[in-house]
Design a binder for this molecule. Sequence first.
Ligand code: IMP
Length: 210
Amino acid sequence: MTRRLAGKLVIATHNSGKLREMRELMAPYGIDCVSAGELGLPEPEETGNTFVANALIKARAASITANLPALADDSGLCVEALEGAPGIYSARWAGDAKDFVAAMARIERELQAKGATTPGQRRAYFVSALALVWPDGHEDVVEGRVDGQIVLPRGDKGFGYDAQFLPDGHSRTFGEMAPDEKHGVPPDGSRALSHRARAFQDLERIRLRA
Ligand code: IMP
């Protein structure tokens, strides 16, 4: 069965930083996007144990309620020396106040407590699981990842943990990069940098140009 994104697509997020990036990533396809917030959809509880499970919870809820295809991202930062924390709890570490300065300080504190001072001891990666759920129940799922290390926060261009993440092969953190550098998708088809842009590239391969 061919499924085409001809009409509207719901971007199933209430996170403004993510919404901005997802809109920018969808822009080249000319698809009419509306956010879950704009439609007044409730925010489902993220009860899954994995990024994929939580992305599916959000996309399914939005697709069923809006009767439209819905795209959700569940993402987070995994610090290897902290056994993958904050991981799926990345948003929760910032609390109701969404205080990412405090969340980044907690990561730094916990790394210091483990004596993790060298770059090799401070390895981390961002993950983005994307779920595209269709009104007929079909589900497309992809996962993107970018590896790097935790550094002292630098830059104010991004959101969440961007300032604390130095991607491998770069001298600037995500927080110091312009949006296009972080999540731009190279027109020549080469690998994008951010976890979310990489997941979009994979989703495009399986779906957006189908
Ligand atoms: P959730 O997917 O809504 O559960 O939230 C994921 C959380 O992970 C966000 O609130 C951010 O704190 C963090 N996160 C995910 N992607 C990024 C990113 O690209 N940059 C910085 N932080 C991110």
